[in-house]
Design a protein around this ligand. Structure first.
Ligand code: AMP
Length: 328
């Protein structure tokens, strides 16, 4: 496995590759969610490049860039342990060929002026409104990676649903020759979406964070089993389910859930819906103490055939999301 730190070296390495090339962009501190993307890439393509770069330009000035968790050695061990299960490849199969770990100076030299920005509601809504400049940072770094690595396929998690759609839009707008492969959210057995930021949570905060996947499970049940199609009614039900956590003064501010938004939007454009008459995304963003968490699920009106992306979200151990009937 080659560990590459410069753009020039990465370009040269790309020149040596034959066959198809996959890219899995990450910010490191890898967990099963990231690894599911790498496994899929290994299954699909001849060469897999994993990038690890904590991208400063996608963090706001008051956000957690400095304290974002990092553990390069552990990440490299995790990546090394992965192999394509392809039987034709014999013992152990094929592993990740290249890990690209550039420095901030390498990606953003002093004269850097090559920003890539997608305009319009898709980047201004939701995460865009709460994290100004975030998507400009994301599209800039991903476009830069695409230009150097020239992958045929790049893998992104549905966990960051808005980011996935912004990247798709960027690829369309810039006519980039890369297929964006969406991957389902991997969850802990209790339903919490895996995230590098979960390490910030105390045991009590982690418990409080379970309100998010439970509220999403409730949303799925109300829309897909009970046939609720009024978005306002659904939003109210979700907010009511989260309220005990929003006002939990006795357990102290550090376990209080502070909601940034509950959004019910068109699954493709992320424009808010009044009536759920097509597949919709339910997106939640909340803060617990100093930690910001996002999660989402896709719901479809009762009776509409469920596509792959509409099947119940899965945990790392293959279990479905927990039932919404719980003690919150
Ligand atoms: P990050 O390191 O957080 O920037 O994430 C890198 C990639 O992994 C992004 O495409 C994320 O959407 C994806 N990802 C993060 N968490 C998960 C998860 N729990 N399940 C699936 N994909 C994930």
């Amino acid at each position: 496995m080659n560990i590459i730190t410069t753009l020039a070296h990465m370009k040269a390495e790309r020149g040596q590759m034959t066959g198809s090339v996959a890219l899995v962009p990450t910010m490191g501190y890898l967990h099963e969610g990231h690894l599911s993307l790498v496994r899929r890439a290994l299954n699909d393509c001849d060469n897999v490049v994993v990038s690890i770069f904590v991208n400063p330009s996608q963090f706001g000035p008051k956000e957690d860039f400095e304290r974002y968790p990092r553990d390069e050695q552990r990440d490299l061990e995790s990546i090394r342990s992965l192999f394509s299960p392809h039987p034709r490849l014999g013992r152990g199969g094929r592993g990740v060929r290249t890990v690209f770990i550039p420095s901030v100076e390498e990606m953003y030299p002093a004269d850097f002026d090559d920003w890539v920005e997608i305009s319009g509601p898709l980047t201004q809504l939701l995460e865009g409104a709460h994290r100004p400049g975030h998507f400009r940072g994301v599209t800039t770094v991903v476009a830069r990676l695409f230009r150097v690595i020239e992958p045929q396929r790049a893998y992104f998690g549905q966990k960051d649903a808005q980011q996935l759609r912004v990247i798709r839009r960027m690829v369309e707008d810039e006519r980039l020759p890369v297929e964006i492969v969406p991957m389902p959210t991997v969850r802990e057995p209790d339903g919490l979406a895996m995230s590098s930021r979960n390490v910030y949570l105390s045991p009590h905060q982690r418990q409080a964070a379970l309100a998010l996947p439970r509220a999403l499970a409730l949303a799925r049940r109300l829309v897909m089993d009970e046939g609720i199609n009024d978005a306002e009614a659904l939003r109210n039900a979700i907010e009511a389910a989260l309220t005990p956590h929003v006002d939990a003064p006795r357990r102290g501010a550090s376990t209080t859930l502070s909601l940034d938004y509950v959004s019910i939007s068109d699954e493709q454009t992320l424009e808010e819906l009044d009536i759920i008459d097509r597949p919709a995304l339910v997106l939640l963003a909340a803060r617990i103490g100093a930690t910001r968490l996002i999660d989402n699920t896709i719901v479809a009106p009762k009776g509409l055939p469920a596509s792959d992306e509409l099947r119940p979200p899965i945990a790392a151990d293959g279990a479905a999301l927990p039932s919404p009937t719980s003690d919150f």
